[in-house]
Design a protein. Structure first.
Ligand SMILES: [Zn+2]
Ligand SMILES: [Zn+2]
Length: 354
């Protein structure tokens, strides 16, 4: 019986990865398709990926596969072959290669069987995530987006929408993807006969969302192929007009890739035009919020004067305070209902009146 899990300590694995001399390519991919036996599928793929020294995270479920991995350059073709041949549905799937990435994000291969590749809260067995809307390439998206009868729906989180989105796109204001699906369906009910385009960062969410709308009886459902990332890449390559304004939020140190020069958000503390996300510097908070350079200086990177004061306390005292507080509302909190974000609509009014 081959070993199907890694058994070496994390530190040792990280050390080995850092000692590697061959560069790695960081790749992400996903595909919704029916996997009858996720456990067997997982074990077989694990053996092939492990032999190619693939690192990263791969999730496998009855509804499909989702991976973020790194591959040594010299094994890249063999990896692609292994993935493409693992199932007929995987043959030729898009591999998103990270551009400015040092390939050092992963040092172990973790492959897990999960109930879903994207948690959606749907337990209706008749829901089929692989029965999705029509894919649109950038030029097709642009064309359809110009028709007055088209409804464009952003399926990302509110803080992502806040710093950048497509022209005319509507937001589905929920805190989780689970809530967002039924909310989108009821918001769109009056537009049931129109053309509906859904999009997200890389495509994995809007594909499921489009399948959900079809499941709910919608007919003209489309989704942006490969999300904002692929749209931007293709639009730039082909010299197409960019219909996305502002920044594309991404979960790395940059917290967003600028797509156009438009700054469509405001500092959460003073309302000045700004689209720079940051985490509150108070370790007991880490709130994700938008802060302009002037406020960053004034509050020393904190979200409030309370956090600023707390951060100056001795470490031990900070720790005791945190322990007594429980989880709300000072910990890392992405809720749109967080008090700091409640200003958001007020700032909008404020800017309109200036
Ligand atoms: Zn400010
Ligand atoms: Zn704070």
């Amino acid at each position: 019986m081959p070993v199907l899990h890694n058994r070496i300590s994390n530190e040792e694995l990280k050390r080995r990865m850092l000692e590697e001399t061959e560069p790695r390519r960081t790749v992400s991919f996903y595909k919704y398709f029916r996997i009858e036996d996720p456990k067997t599928f997982r074990d077989q793929l694990y053996i092939r990926f492990d032999a190619l020294k693939v690192f990263g995270r791969v999730y496998i479920a009855h509804e499909g596969i989702n991976g973020q991995i790194s591959v040594p350059e010299g094994h890249f073709d063999a990896f692609r072959e292994a993935l493409y041949s693992a199932a007929p549905e995987l043959n030729g799937i898009r591999l998103n290669i990270a551009v400015d990435d040092d390939g050092k994000s992963f040092w172990v291969l973790r492959m897990k069987v999960r109930p879903k590749i994207v948690a959606d809260g749907i337990d209706d067995p008749s829901f089929d995530a692989s029965r999705m809307g029509i894919h649109l390439k950038a030029e097709e998206f642009n064309e359809l987006a110009e028709q007055p009868d088209t409804v464009i729906v952003d399926m990302r989180n509110h803080y992502e929408y806040e710093v950048g989105h497509f022209e005319r796109a509507i937001e589905v204001p929920s805190d989780t993807f689970r809530d967002q699906l039924p909310m989108a369906a009821s918001m769109l009910e009056p537009h049931k006969d129109k053309k509906i385009i859904m999009y997200c960062t890389g495509g994995i969410r809007c594909e499921k969302a489009s399948a959900y709308l079809l499941h709910k009886g919608f007919k003209n459902v489309f989704q942006l192929e490969g999300g904002i990332i692929e749209y931007t890449r293709r639009a730039r390559e082909k010299g197409l007009p960019l219909k996305f304004r502002g920044k594309n939020f991404v979960f790395d140190e940059r917290m967003g890739e600028r797509i156009t020069d438009d700054v469509i958000a405001q500092c959460h503390q003073c309302g000045a035009p700004c689209d720079t996300h940051t985490n509150c510097k108070n370790d007991g908070c880490h709130l994700l919020f938008i802060q302009c350079p002037a406020c960053a200086e004034k509050y020393e990177g904190c979200c409030s004067s309370e956090c600023q004061e707390e951060r100056q306390l001795p470490k031990e005292l900070q720790r005791i305070r945190r322990a007594g507080r429980g989880n709300e509302p000072m910990i890392f909190n992405k809720s749109k209902d967080h008090p700091l974000r409640k200003h958001r609509d007020e700032w909008k009014k404020f800017n309109l009146h200036r």
